[in-house]
Design a protein around this ligand. Sequence first.
Ligand code: FES
Length: 255
Amino acid sequence: MGAAQEFKPRILGFLCNWCSYAGADLCGVSRYQYPASIKVIRVMCSGRMDLEFVLRAFANGNDGVFIGGCWLGECHYVTEGNYDALSMMHLGRKLLDCVGVNPERLRLEWVSASEGIRYAEVVTDFTARLKQLGPLGSGEGMDRSALNLKLEAIRRLLPYIKLVEREKLRVRFDDKQQYEEFFASDALNALFRKLIVDKLAISQILVLLREQALSTGEIADSLGMSRAEVSKHLNSSARQRLVRFDEGRKRYALA
Ligand code: FES
């Protein structure tokens, strides 16, 4: 048996108390079969999900993160948190994609309390997809330290990202398809590039420089960026007094 066949994905699932957790419970009671790949954390509503939880789950070595909530229109809270969860999932996927992590590792599904069989199906399907993707990190062609650096770079930028989400990306549509179209639209991608992509690149550089002072070329090689790109970000960071050039060592260091 090959290594790829032996790979058993680890999934961390966040299930809303009122629907998906009850659906998972029904699945167990009904003895529907599904892979033992998922560990579950119960949250009161899928709207309680935070990108911080997602990043921490990946940093702790999970190959996939699953969010289960009530169907749209059926959330048990007046705030209808599952709409927020859907936006959060799409934004999280874009951030993962931006740092080279396959966005399919983050998945959200609606599962009602009566859909035990659906819970078994979506967990089975997600597990199969993760098997195809391979272990987190090596499946993306990056080692553990490179992966953790990228996750940490997103995590450090989260306060700003949440602000952008609240001010610019908070939308309310009637169905999942409309969310998919919105988050794949040219307008959204342009906004994402303008507001987040450069800041995420700088965040990666700053996390890297915490370890040691580095030259432009060394940063570029470590992060898989071009030297011109790194140089642009270093100049901008130096102007903001985030980094400084150490003349003696001919390296950039944190200011
Ligand atoms: Fe289930 Fe809000 S209570 S998604």
